[in-house]
Design a protein around this ligand. Structure first.
Ligand code: ZN
Length: 423
């Protein structure tokens, strides 16, 4: 008899995502490991039983003082893994909405020293206490909406020391929130004003000053770069990523978001873990990503928040055999904290099926940030990170825009419901 300190019964549909290859590609993205009329049992933060409710009583004994919760016939899925966030920033850019409505693009606004550079100024000025407080509040709202693990990029300091300061906050935020956080060094988010006409010199500073210290102090698992005209060229991105790889970091690229400029091709050639955004990627890029096994991290709310009249190429990527993950891209440009909202956009904007979208937000996004085996599935022995929705099947999660979870558990402990904004 297995002992448990928490049992969840009366699950109408459980999607474990625990069977099938990692990452999932093609038709395997619809393999959800569905179990009808299911139950799960948890002991000391890990699943000890996952299966039909009919067998639960024979196999599991609730410890004295343990708890049982009935999910009311609802749907339970793994905790969401958000593979792309810029959650560490100060200030906001609400005033940009009027500019965007007037036709200004992200590049136009950044070119005038606003946009991202406005966030760089406010982040550089912000106290560490303020950065921690605001990022913690965002992470807690993300958790309340079902995110139990996420990536955190640096990228709004754009100095070697400032980027290190941002990354050093990630373990503190993980302790405060209980979330599994994966840090990514994005010193190459943009060329800072101090290096305006000298991008090569900035890349050199990143390679010689920033990266070695980031690695020595174990501040990041991945290195990312914004490969786009006006930001970093393919050659500069490659130079940085090769230096990062030599130091043992995983590689990511912000690729082909605004124009088709070779970022996806580079990601395939270097065998990066992921290429992200990819709004302007080509059929040839998709073939290259598929054959190199690079995960496409799609951020389907971002073009919507940018009034871009484009949508993430979800359907085309899945059909081409590229592993697809989805994330929020939470930043002052696209302030999205809710993975259920991302699932809705993955379906209605990127044309993934609800099953593919769920795979992209769990098991494949865990792979994209190096958490395979630790997050994104519900299986005996795994950390008990899961989300219960009061809907009859997984299809309803993206179907209903803005759906809120009934309950979220991280390591078997209930996450408090969302509180409203502030920062
Ligand atoms: Zn991004």
């Amino acid at each position: 008899m297995t002992r448990a300190d928490l049992v969840v019964t009366d699950i109408g549909e459980l999607a474990t995502l625990a069977t099938g290859p990692i990452p999932r590609v093609g038709s395997a993205m619809r393999e959800l490991g569905r179990i009808p009329r299911a139950a799960v049992a948890i002991d000391r933060g890990r699943f000890v039983y996952v299966g039909p409710e009919a067998r639960l009583k024979r196999e599991v004994h609730v410890r004295s003082g343990g708890a049982t919760w009935g999910a009311g016939g609802g749907t339970v899925v793994p905790g969401f893994v958000d593979p792309h966030t810029h959650v560490l920033f100060a200030g906001d850019r609400a005033a940009e909405i009027d500019l965007k409505i007037g036709g200004a693009s992200y590049l136009d606004i950044a070119g005038r020293g606003g946009g991202l550079f406005q966030t760089v100024r406010s982040t550089r000025r912000a106290s560490t206490a303020l950065l921690l407080r605001s990022a913690e509040a965002r992470l807690r709202r993300m958790a309340a909406m079902g995110t139990t693990a996420c990536e955190v990029k640096s990228g709004y300091a754009l100095t070697p020391a400032g980027e290190r300061r941002l990354l050093s906050l990630v373990p503190i935020l993980a302790r405060r929130t209980g979330l599994r956080l994966v840090p990514t060094f994005l010193g190459a988010h943009a060329v800072p004003p101090e290096y305006a006409d000298r991008p090569e010199a900035y890349v050199s500073a990143l390679v010689t000053d920033a990266l070695p210290l980031v690695v020595r102090h174990r501040l990041a698992d991945f290195c990312d770069a914004f490969c786009e005209p006006g930001f970093f060229s393919v050659e500069q991105t490659e130079r940085l990523l090769l230096a990062a790889r030599a130091l043992g970091l995983g590689l990511k690229v912000h690729a082909d978001e605004f124009v088709h400029s070779g970022g996806a091709e580079l990601a395939a050639r270097l065998g990066c873990r992921s290429a992200e955004h990819l709004l302007e990627s080509s059929e040839e890029d998709r073939r290259a990503l598929a054959s190199a096994g690079v995960t496409a991290v799609l951020l389907p709310v971002t073009p919507f928040a940018s009034f871009a009249h484009r949508s993430s190429p979800g359907r085309a990527m899945v059909d081409a055999g590229v592993p697809v993950a989805v994330g929020t891209d939470l930043s002052p440009n696209s302030w999205v904290e809710s993975m259920p909202l991302v699932l809705a956009h993955s379906v209605y904007g990127a044309h993934l099926t609800p099953g593919e979208a769920l795979t992209a937000a769990t098991v494949n996004s865990a792979h994209a940030i190096g958490l395979s085996g630790e997050a994104g599935t519900i299986a005996v022995g795994r950390s008990a990170d899961f989300v219960a929705f009061d809907v009859p099947s997984i299809e309803h999660i993206p179907y209903r825009f803005g759906l809120l979870p009934e309950r979220v558990y991280r390591r078997g402990i209930r996450v408090p419901p969302a509180r409203n904004p502030g920062s």
